[in-house]
Design a protein around this ligand. Structure first.
Ligand code: A3P
Length: 328
């Protein structure tokens, strides 16, 4: 195989229904508690179908993350790395990422089910399949968790930056959402994909237990050393860079192709560009492609989170992660 092909090219213009607009509390993202995790209500049918019916295939790679931790970037990097045979990163103008938002190259498994056709869409993806999810590790089906065929790449981020990024994103749909309200939800563990500490801990523990199965990445580390992390990713999916590729600087080319400013400035990722597969239909979506590219920095939380709030969230996270060997 030559690697994954852009999901949008297979699926065509996928009609996806939107987030429900009839939620009782307009200040709240529509979330439901499912098996101890908070999931976005429109994702639930997909989650249940994945749990019941997902059949792993050799070579499957699942990108897992809580929302707003660099999923878009990871999708771009993983896609560019795994598909580099068919789409050399040096030919940037002809690369699928030049015309498609990363979410249109790598689908969220949950949102494939927005129109009830999720399983057939997942079956239609050629191997090796590259897919993403916001599901907690605890609610992944055994077919993903235990299969030797299926690898998981996880990305997370300082929870303070996560909640700030989430707020900016959610405000696209709910302009009246206050940061204080979002922060409260986040600290209570009831925001989308919460509790965030359980999300992180689930994949952290799995990566410790089975490092060949789960690769644990951190957004801040990726910013510090993108090339090193792309090398790690390539190695993990059993497509390490050859000595010739190393010499040619292919990992650096991939990093350049997926760079924040490069992607953000593409026409396809501008405000007017149609919605990605992770979003509702183009006409109704508040999440145009530009909403996935905001600042792309480590530490923007300091502009929104007061020292008191920071201490509170840090304390919650620290307490929950105590003894795990993981900290933020
Ligand atoms: P900020 O809101 O802090 O800027 P996700 O993709 O999981 O939704 O996460 C979105 C966050 O990743 C946003 O963070 C966004 O700006 C940042 N991001 C998107 N593309 C990126 C890239 N190519 N490089 C670095 N950060 C990126």
């Amino acid at each position: 195989t030559t690697g994954p092909v852009p999901f949008r090219d297979i699926a065509g213009a996928v009609p996806l229904s939107g987030l429900p607009s009839d939620d009782d509390d307009p200040k709240r993202m529509p979330v439901l508690c499912y098996q101890g995790t908070w999931v976005l209500a429109p994702h639930l049918p997909g989650i249940v179908s994945i749990q019941r019916s997902f059949v792993p295939r050799r070579g499957d790679v699942v990108l897992a993350s809580p929302p707003k931790c660099g999923t878009t970037w990871l999708k771009a990097l993983a896609f560019a790395t795994m598909a580099r045979g068919a789409y050399p990163p040096t030919r940037a103008n002809e690369h699928p990422l030049a015309r498609l938002n990363p979410h249109d190259c790598v689908p969220f498994m949950e949102t494939l089910f927005f129109d009830g056709e999720g399983l057939s869409k997942m079956d239609a993806l050629p191997s090796p399949r590259l897919m993403a999810t916001h599901m907690h590790h605890s609610i992944l089906p055994a077919s993903i968790k235990d299969s030797a065929d299926c690898k998981i790449i996880y990305i997370c981020r300082d929870p303070k930056d996560m909640v700030v990024s989430l707020w900016h994103f959610a405000r696209r749909a709910q302009p009246e959402l206050s940061f204080a309200y979002m922060f409260e939800d986040f600290c209570n563990g009831t925001s989308a994909a919460g509790p965030i500490w359980d999300h992180v801990l689930g994949y952290w523990n799995a990566s410790k237990e089975k490092p060949e199965k789960v690769l644990f990445l951190r957004y801040e580390e990726m910013l510090r050393d993108p090339v090193g992390n792309v090398r790690k990713l390539a190695q993990f999916v059993r497509q390490p860079f050859s000595p010739t590729e190393e010499e040619a600087g292919v990992a650096m080319d991939i990093v350049r192709l997926c760079n924040f400013d490069t992607l953000r400035n593409l026409g396809v990722n501008k405000a007017a560009a149609g919605s990605s597969s992770s979003s509702p239909s183009p006409s109704s979506s508040p999440f145009a492609n530009d909403s996935y590219f905001r600042k792309g920095e480590d530490g923007d939380w300091a502009n929104h989170v007061t020292p008191d709030m920071a201490r509170r969230l840090d304390a919650v996270v620290e307490e929950k992660l105590r003894g795990s060997g993981l900290s933020f």
